[in-house]
Design a protein around this ligand. Structure first.
Ligand SMILES: Nc1ncnc2c1ncn2[C@@H]1O[C@H](COP(=O)(O)OP(=O)(O)OP(=O)(O)O)[C@@H](O)[C@H]1O
Length: 258
């Protein structure tokens, strides 16, 4: 399944927690311009997979390549600096700071090196410019001066993505960006994903099947830590193994037939 265009390539990624194998030999590729969704029932191993790709937890086995280079041993900060950005299921903003300040801090953290203190002023102007651009892309420019804590739930999730964009990522690992959103907020987020897909390699973990089947170019299905199918949405929709795995679950409510 490895493509020559792939920016991030995981091969045989495995993670064990004691006697439990949360992720079993998962191979997955992310390419620029492609939105790759990973779906699976609760506990299938999706977050553990994202955590291994972002470097938050180490794999028990398997390899990771970023832009053709072995990145398996890279720390999370090193991966972030290289261009692997992620958003979280939980909100990670500073509520008392303004929207633009949250974004600027994310940009600054990505730009600054501790030994480059003499460049602080220059870096500050640069990080502010990056922050404004990220807010523009994320559709939050009009809210720049507001306290981040006063944003709606959906706007906070948009801000998290803007903060991620402020670190200039090439890969975006998005963990349930639609969670807790109403229909209008969800549509805004989907429109944002459509805008981001051209410039980034995106991994989307999402429970909203309607959304996944609408926006994904490729869908990988996990069950009990293992991949049972991976392909274009139409192929996944008609895959008997997937239908069996989801029988009586997420797909039985008609989402698979949307
Ligand atoms: N730090 C940990 N220690 C022990 N077990 C863990 C740990 N993290 C995850 N697990 C277990 O690994 C399995 C996969 O969990 P994971 O959170 O990756 O699934 P998921 O597909 O993201 O689920 P959800 O859709 O509910 O978020 C679960 O059985 C979970 O309890």
């Amino acid at each position: 399944m490895t493509s020559s265009r792939a920016l991030l390539e995981a091969e045989g990624l495995t993670r064990r927690f004691g006697g439990l194998t949360a992720v079993k030999e998962v191979s997955i590729t992310l390419a620029p311009g492609e939105l790759h969704a990973v779906i699976g029932t609760n506990g299938a191993g999706k977050s553990t997979l994202i955590n291994m790709l972002s470097g938050e937890i180490a794999p028990s086995a398997g390899r990771l390549r970023f832009d053709g280079i072995d990145a398996t041993g890279w720390s999370q900060p090193k991966r972030a600096r290289a261009g692997i950005g992620r958003s979280y299921q939980r909100t990670t903003i500073f509520p008392q700071f303004s929207v633009i300040e949250n974004c600027r801090l994310a940009a600054q953290a990505a730009l600054q090196r501790p030994w480059q203190v003499w460049q602080a002023a220059q870096a500050c102007a640069r990080s502010m410019a990056i922050a404004h651009e990220a807010l523009e892309v994320a559709g939050l420019a009009v809210h720049a001066a507001r306290a981040a804590g006063s944003l709606s739930h959906g706007q906070k999730r948009q801000l998290e993505i803007a903060m991620c964009l402020a670190t200039a990522p090439r890969v975006l690992l998005l963990d349930e960006p639609l969670a807790g959103m109403g229909p209008e907020e969800g549509e805004r987020m989907l429109a944002l994903l459509e805008r981001l897909r051209n410039e980034h390699a995106i991994l989307l973990v999402e429970h909203d099947m309607d959304a996944v089947f609408r926006v994904a170019d490729r869908i990988t299905v996990m069950v009990n830590g293992a991949v049972i199918a991976s392909g274009a949405p139409e192929a996944i929709r008609s895959n008997p193994d997937v239908q069996l795995a989801y029988l009586g679950d997420a797909f039985s409510d008609g989402a698979m037939h949307a």
